[in-house]
Design a protein around this ligand. Structure first.
Ligand code: COA
Length: 141
């Protein structure tokens, strides 16, 4: 998290606190780029919902869902266009993420667990290209 923050890769971070002030969970939306396969236009700016972590003793209480929904609303208000996530489709589908939308994106995590969603009404077809995560993620692959 420090590497993401220090590198200026964090678009939005939301933290949930329990009653006693302890951190119950956090979601971060990080900056990613899509380097298009074709055309001369530059890379497309997008966000990745990552990392996401709810404390084990606080899971299953709606905290993750509330933080993710609040984060998506904030990104929409900030005119962000596109968000990707890598995770369990059974969980992330409920927030509008769809692996079919991410099928044209290539990265170390390509496959059924890589999903995308538009944050606004789409003005183009989903771009195809290389999805580039910031360095702190790339070094995990
Ligand atoms: C996955 C995680 C973010 C969900 O947050 P949460 O606050 O526990 O979840 P919520 O209370 O908002 O939602 C609960 C629902 O999600 C479902 N769910 C939780 N984890 C799931 C998973 N890994 N796969 C599928 N569904 C899952 C629950 O079954 C429940 O479903 P229901 O609403 O139909 O009953 C959280 O459990 C977590 O931090 N897990 C460990 C780390 C992790 O997996 N991070 C994601 C990858 S970066």
């Amino acid at each position: 998290m420090a590497a993401l923050s220090n590198g200026g890769h964090v678009v939005l971070a939301l933290i949930a606190q329990s009653g006693c002030g302890k951190i119950a969970g956090a979601v971060v939306f990080s900056r990613v780029q899509i380097e298009r396969d074709t055309g001369t236009a530059g890379p497309i700016r997008a966000t990745a919902l990552a990392p996401v972590a709810i404390r084990p003793d606080r899971q299953g209480r709606g905290i993750g869902s509330s933080l993710i929904e609040a984060g998506i609303a904030r990104l929409q208000a900030a005119d962000e266009a596109l968000c990707v996530v890598l995770g369990e489709p059974a969980y992330y589908r409920r927030f509008g993420f769809d692996a079919r939308l991410a099928a044209g994106l290539t990265c170390a995590y390509s496959g059924p667990y890589l999903m995308a969603r538009w944050l606004a009404a789409p003005v183009t077809a989903m771009p195809a290209g290389r999805l580039v995560y910031p360095e702190p993620f790339e070094s995990l692959a």
